[in-house]
Design a protein around this ligand. Sequence first.
Ligand code: ZN
Length: 79
Amino acid sequence: MKLSKKFLISLVRAIKMTHPDEIGCDECFEKLHDFAEMELANKYPDQAMPLVQDHLNKCGDCREEYEALLEALRELHIL
Ligand SMILES: [Zn+2]
């Protein structure tokens, strides 16, 4: 089955509509520290900052960054 270009365009539009306010890597990075601090304090950062969580789910680079940050903060809190 060959998908028409028109169909694909409307599909892409529909997907964009579902995520009208996604954030980019820069914005994610700005909030990453707060997000990690909340995570460590068991304050459900995914509910407070769902857009950051959403970005982390999709972006491997930021997820790696986040995990490294979390690791570093954990060690700081232990010491
Ligand atoms: Zn990213």
